[in-house]
Design a protein. Structure first.
Length: 169
């Protein structure tokens, strides 16, 4: 059965909070887990064009939408010329923390967009791992691909992001 955004949001609210918490728990963010989840809802409620066949498809969409919200917040802070830290950026446990300025979040978003132009699936894997902190098994389920494929894609995406962002490997 295909369900719309509001139905999936209500049915998967605990998972939405877990996704938001996974990312924000590692960060010094000016927003809370609940605020991020509710901003997601407010931005997408009433969208009749959003239909999801599976919970994994919904969670993948929610992950991208949360990324967009966080990037928009960073861009707003840059426009206001505030230098408060938004969130430390990491590319996984084996990559050093890159800080957390809005400039760095925008740079990461630009790098992900470049990656998406080359290979959309690599971009989706990277944003789920980097932005939302999803585990390999969660990414595999959300994208309907195998865990070994996620691991290979993550290695390729991570190498690309290291190169573009100038992070030593």
């Amino acid at each position: 059965m295909v369900e719309g955004f509001e139905e999936r949001f209500r049915a998967n609210y605990a998972d939405i909070l877990r996704l938001a918490r996974a990312r924000l728990a590692r960060e010094r963010s000016p927003i809370s887990t609940g605020t991020l989840a509710h901003e997601l809802y407010l931005n997408l409620q009433g969208r009749q064009d959003l239909r999801f066949a599976t919970p994994g498809e919904f969670m993948a969409y929610a992950s991208r939408a949360m990324r967009s919200l966080l990037v928009d917040m960073a861009r707003e802070r840059l426009a206001q010329k505030r230098h408060a830290e938004l969130m430390p950026l990491t590319l996984g446990a084996e990559v050093p923390d890159m800080g957390g300025t809005p400039e760095q979040l925008v740079a990461l978003d630009d790098a992900l967009a470049r990656l998406g132009a080359l290979d959309p699936r690599l971009m989706h894997v990277a944003e789920m791992r980097v932005i939302m902190g999803m585990e390999v098994s969660e990414v595999a389920l959300a994208l309907s691909i195998s865990e070994p494929t996620v691991k290979r894609d993550w290695q390729r995406a991570k190498a690309f992001l290291h190169e573009v962002l100038g992070v030593p490997q």
